[in-house]
Design a protein around this ligand. Structure first.
Ligand SMILES: [Zn+2]
Length: 156
């Protein structure tokens, strides 16, 4: 036994109907035996809402083009990804507002600050992975930015 949520094309009525199998449904529908109990329309099709199946273990999967409505959260859709990146970019830009862009001088600036040669201030810029690692090893906090930055002005 299988339960389908059906919908008539004429009135948009959604109703439930029971069939022996998915094939039975197809056959009865083709013969015009399936009609809307509310308006009598024979133009019925499976409603998009719920893939209702009768008893457990009676799933007629893959039969008769049964429409399974599956919403997967495994992969965010492109629009969601874009929104996420935009939020991230906005947050990063905000965080960098009070930070000085020092370009390639990042490692030496950070080290000079750490050594007390210059006043500490938030900075950001470019550095090589080796330099960054050396800074961390010397106890100088550095963190990679989540997104690549564009230098504000490249005068050199
Ligand atoms: Zn109807």
């Amino acid at each position: 036994m299988i339960v389908f949520d059906l919908q008539c094309a004429d009135g948009g009525h959604v109703f439930e109907a029971w069939f022996g199998s998915s094939a039975d449904y197809e056959e009865q529908r083709e013969r015009g035996l399936v009609s809307c109990p509310l308006c009598g329309s024979e133009k019925v099709s499976k409603a998009v809402m719920a893939p209702a199946v009768g008893a457990k273990g009676n799933r007629q999967s893959g039969q008769g083009g049964q429409k399974a409505v599956a919403v997967s959260n495994d992969t965010p859709d492109p629009a969601q990804m874009k929104a996420m990146l935009e939020t991230l970019a906005r947050e990063q830009a905000k965080a960098l507002e009070k930070s000085d862009y020092v370009g390639d001088g990042f490692a030496s600036e950070a080290r000079a600050m750490h050594d007390g040669e210059i006043d500490e201030r938030p900075i950001h810029g470019q550095t090589s992975l080796e330099d960054a690692r050396a800074l961390v090893e010397d106890g100088i906090p550095v963190a990679p930015l989540p997104l690549p930055i564009r230098p504000p002005k490249s005068d050199n």
